[in-house]
Write a protein that binds this ligand. Structure first.
Ligand code: PLP
Length: 453
């Protein structure tokens, strides 16, 4: 209850501090200042409980791709809730939204990724990938082919499987031990880690680290390589153009499955339906979530190509894996409406040909002479900006994360949501952002960077 002297914001903050344990949060630090209360959203904006309008440069957590307040998505949820909020008879039944969504996803995935397994979060999709890939090789008569290779600074979720496959040092230090038979190679971070190599040479070198790892482990033991087309939570690390084709070549050479974690890159973020298309690769499996429903409902999926699906379906018998809410009809109905709306509004073309290039260009223009800005990389409507102490000498800050956090706080206080990953500032606005809103976003970025200086 709200006490007589308290306003509503303070009351929610008090209740929140007492009972709501936030993910990825230093709870004591948050409670000392109180969590900001977000109450409403429309288009690319959200409002807090004090009436402040904030431009959402992150589309929530990289997910509200079609923007806030989309009637088509809201109506789809309402209608499905009225008709049938849930049904599953131990997985032997289906619902119209689940079946139609599987078809809609297959209509936009590349190649033969036509078999869709549903889960509820990106982490669950990644765990599904891990189990499915290992099971596939076992059914193929090669159970020893069970080592998965991921990358340092990759993010694949917070479950035991996702954390094990991910390469986040801070996460690995807590809550372990993690899964055996998972290896990590270096990330393809050209600006930060290439030394004197040009982009193309560095991309090839970074990809060949996979070949070295395969030979070290033994190709007969390696099941798959898994990576985000662009590492998102790692700070938007865009690999050089030479990287992914070389990874694909190496996977084929050693008969190793290639899995793309499209949880952030999927559904238009990079200017193609999937990041794999932007980088010219044909994965055997893909995990997806976030933009699948524009974040309106929790839902994720794994799209599986013919090779793995046909083997498991024809020879595998029952796959002992699934979730109570796999293919949840309300979430699926929203995702169907979301994909159809994306097609109707040609959002992927808009990102590829219009707003993506405009955003990348305006961001570079507005930060061209901003001294903190060391390097900008991005594709479509996602960008990462390295903050540096000295841009000419390419000198990073010694106490990594301090300046990034300061910058993020300036953004938050000045009506802009922008994420800090160490000293990399990250943007991933809704795909429906207009040119005028991009101008506003970029002007705010400049202002907040200047305040941080
Ligand atoms: N994979 C990638 C590439 C992600 O970016 C994320 C979340 O940010 C996940 C997996 C985990 O998704 P979720 O938070 O829905 O479990």
């Amino acid at each position: 209850a709200v006490t007589q002297t308290e306003n509503l914001t303070a009351a929610i903050q008090r209740i929140d501090a007492n009972h709501h344990w936030h993910p990825f949060t230093d709870t004591a630090a948050l409670n000392s200042k109180g969590a900001r209360v977000i109450v409403r959203g429309e288009g690319v904006y959200v409002w807090d409980s004090e009436g402040n309008r904030i431009i959402d440069g992150m589309a929530g957590l990289w997910c509200v791709n079609m923007g806030y307040g989309r009637k088509e998505l809201i109506d789809a949820a309402k209608q499905q809730l009225d008709e049938l909020p849930y049904y599953n008879h131990f997985f032997q039944t289906t619902t119209t939204p689940a079946a139609v969504l599987a078809q809609e996803i297959a209509s936009v995935t590349p190649g033969d990724l036509n078999h869709i397994f549903f889960a509820n979060s990106g982490s669950e999709a990644v765990d599904t990938l891990i189990r499915m890939i290992r099971h596939y090789w076992a059914v193929e008569g090669k159970p020893e082919k069970n080592v998965l290779i991921g990358r340092k600074n990759a993010y694949h979720g917070s479950t035991i499987g996702g954390t094990s496959l991910g390469g986040m040092g801070a996460m690995h230090k807590q809550g372990g031990p993690y899964l055996p038979n998972i290896e990590h190679i270096d990330q393809p971070y050209w600006y930060g880690e290439a030394g004197d190599l040009d982009e193309e040479a560095f991309g090839l070198k970074a990809a060949r680290a996979l070949e070295e790892k395969i030979l070290e482990v033994g190709p007969e033991k390696v099941a798959a390589f898994i990576g985000e087309p662009i590492q998102g939570a790692g700070g938007v690390i865009v690999p050089p153009a030479s990287y992914w084709p070389e990874i694909q070549r190496i996977c084929r050479k050693y008969d190793i499955l290639l899995a793309a974690d499209e949880v952030i890159c999927g559904f238009g973020r990079t200017g193609s339906w999937f990041g794999s298309q932007t980088f010219g690769i044909e994965p055997d499996l893909m995990s997806m979530a976030k933009g699948l429903s524009s974040g309106y409902m929790p839902i994720s999926a794994v799209a599986v190509g013919d090779r793995v699906a046909n083997c498991l379906i024809e020879k595998g018998g029952e796959f002992f894996h699934g979730f109570t809410y796999s293919g949840h009809p309300v979430a699926a109905a929203v995702a169907v409406a979301n994909i159809r709306l994306m097609k109707q509004e040609k959002v992927v073309d808009y990102v590829a040909d219009d707003i993506g290039p405009y955003f990348q260009q305006q961001l570079r223009a507005v930060l061209a002479d901003q001294p903190l800005t060391g390097h900008i990389e991005g594709a479509g409507l996602v960008a990462g900006i390295a903050l540096v102490k000295d841009r000419e000498a390419k000198q990073f800050f010694a106490d990594e994360g301090t300046v990034g956090t300061l910058c993020r706080d300036h953004c938050f206080e000045n009506g802009l949501i922008m994420r800090a990953v160490g000293d990399r500032m990250v943007l991933s606005p809704p795909l429906v952002i207009s040119r005028k809103e991009v101008d506003e976003l970029c002007a705010k970025v400049r202002k907040c960077f200047d305040l941080t200086l």
